[in-house]
Design a protein around this ligand. Structure first.
Ligand code: ADP
Length: 285
């Protein structure tokens, strides 16, 4: 037997390590009152846009907020918040989030990339370890809300988050009105049900179009699919965010929409969507 083989940890040692790691992770999460995962059935429905703007809207409502991006293959939060040049800082078992505004902190797996064009090549078990390390090591301090932006679908990343955070409040599921996205969102609902994760609500994004000329809403896709689906499945509906060209520009410029346009009807829609989140009951511990 080689020295390397004899040094391999036994199953018992591995179990012990995992237990210790879970205790550290739970300790990190304890000062955070509410933890929410944002999911979508497929990519491109505006999940990261929604995560960012909901997080900023919560912060504008006076809450202490952290935004965590665990999208290993396509982290878009750094670009949306103009933080592409940021890198991970900290030492030992402590990673420091970027404090973008007072009481608004951000951490992204994208901060690990030397170059935003770099691809992260990580397979299943590595994803699990990377995400758990983020959950265990990022020193958020006291927060009212941690919003976790996970990649589309029901793969390793959301699964790791749900299985690692013992007191996750629940999931927000983002969809668009088109039927194809709606059928994908069904999978997200099934995922939450199978894992006993409460669904805070379904949010229909790109719902109707705000005409850049007259500022009035126009229904270019069918609208209302998200609400119908939520009613059918007996889960709450958080509201509709219209398709708004200014959201694209804001995302590209790195200034969150609700910050750039605090008084617009679209910002009002974001604010209405956070209402049930602000009203989440306090935990008793
Ligand atoms: P996902 O995280 O689901 O992949 P993103 O949040 O990255 O999607 O959004 C994809 C693109 O759609 C981005 O260019 C973003 O600016 C744009 N987008 C998202 N929501 C809206 C909206 N309500 N109106 C207009 N553009 C939007």
């Amino acid at each position: 037997m080689s020295a390397q083989q004899s040094a391999a940890p036994s199953d018992e040692e591995m179990q012990e390590r995992r237990k210790k790691e879970q205790i550290q992770l739970t300790d990190r999460m304890r000062p955070i009152k509410h933890k929410i995962i944002v999911m979508s059935g497929k990519g491109g429905v505006g999940k990261s846009t929604v995560s960012t703007n909901l997080a900023i809207a919560l912060s504008q409502a006076g809450k202490r907020v952290g935004l965590l991006d665990v999208d290993i293959h396509g982290p878009s939060i750094p670009k949306m918040l103009n933080l592409e040049d940021r890198r991970i800082t900290g030492s030992g078992d402590t990673l420091l989030p970027v404090e973008l505004l007072k009481d608004f902190k951000v951490m992204s797996i994208g901060f690990l990339l030397k170059n935003q064009e770099d691809a992260v090549i990580v397979r299943g078990p590595m994803k699990y370890h990377t995400i758990r390390q983020f959950l265990k090591d990022v020193a958020w301090g006291e927060l009212d809300y941690l919003i976790i932006d996970s990649p589309p679908g029901t793969g390793d990343e959301p699964l790791t988050v749900v299985q690692s955070i013992e007191d996750l409040d629940g999931a927000i599921i983002v969809t668009t009105p088109q039927q194809v996205a709606i059928s994908d969102v069904n999978k997200s609902i099934t995922f939450c049900n199978k894992l006993d994760l409460p669904i805070i609500g379904v949010l229909e994004n790109m719902s109707g179009f705000i005409c850049p000329h007259c500022g009035k809403p126009v229904d270019i896709f069918s609208v209302g699919g998200g609400k119908r689906l939520a009613d059918e499945k007996g889960v709450p509906f958080l509201g509709c965010i219209p398709l708004d060209l200014e959201i694209v520009k804001s995302g590209d410029n790195g200034v969150p929409y609700v910050k750039a346009f605090p008084d617009s009807p679209t910002t009002k829609a974001f604010r209405e969507a956070i209402y049930p989140i602000v009203c989440l009951p306090e935990r008793s511990d």
